[in-house]
Design a protein around this ligand. Structure first.
Ligand SMILES: [Zn+2]
Length: 229
């Protein structure tokens, strides 16, 4: 019996080492920013990681009486800016790498929320892009925190890219952009964590929070990869 367990453990260890070696050969680890070869599988090399600029959390006014905390991994600048912009070129991998970086944030490590809610894309944009960067991030955060992803929002209006608009146009652009998903009511009273890749003026997440507040969540917080300073 003891032999069987020891033999199984040794076999499992051998399989893992072979898998790691194959993965190293097929997809060697590179820094996501400067592309330097890395000796271990991390997102950024030490030099690029040193350029990441952490920022303090922000209190966002959602309604006259309600505010929510916006936690950002870092400022929207090098070396993370290209990982955000990569969504425009059809690759979901940088979004997952942002998720890996965000997994180290205290809010994710402490996991004081019940569900992770990604900001949805309109179905036409999802069909064109092939993936939703916020959902890719949410799935990585779910694996780290052990909390499930819940698709509580749907995007009912196809909006123009926010970066091309003035502040007033951004507000009008995302007005009535979201609605609750058909099964959302069963998540009433839960602790929700809204996830997006980039926070610019806050108009998108404010609009999404306004809709989520209809569920009377026990708590509502926002986590983003980057925030424009
Ligand atoms: Zn680097």
């Amino acid at each position: 019996m003891c032999f069987c367990i020891c033999g199984y453990t040794a076999l499992k260890s051998l399989v893992y080492r072979i898998y790691s070696l194959l993965l190293f050969c097929i997809a060697p680890p590179f820094c996501a920013s400067c592309r330097i070869f890395l000796s271990e599988r991390t997102v950024l090399c030490a030099a690029c990681m040193a350029l990441v600029r952490p920022i303090v959390s922000l209190s966002l006014q959602v309604t006259r009486s309600a505010t929510v905390w916006v936690h950002a991994f870092a400022a929207y600048q090098e070396p993370l800016k290209p990982l955000i912009l990569a969504k425009l070129y059809g690759s979901p991998i940088p979004a997952r790498q942002l998720g890996q970086l965000m997994s180290t944030m205290p809010i994710i490590q402490q996991a004081e929320f019940d569900y992770i809610v990604p900001i949805p894309l309109h179905w036409t944009r999802l069909a064109w892009r092939g993936f939703n960067q916020s959902q890719e991030i949410a799935q990585v955060l779910s694996r780290t925190s052990g909390k499930p992803v819940a698709h509580l929002l749907k995007r009912v209006k196809r909006t123009t890219f926010q970066s091309r608009l003035s502040l007033q146009e951004r507000k009008e652009n995302v007005t009535a952009a979201f609605a609750l998903a058909s099964n959302a009511q069963k998540y009433s009273g839960k602790r929700l964590l809204l996830v997006d890749d980039l926070y610019t003026t806050g108009t998108t997440v404010r609009s999404a929070c306004t809709i989520l507040r209809e569920l009377k969540p026990a708590s509502l917080q926002i986590v983003v990869a980057c925030r424009v300073m």
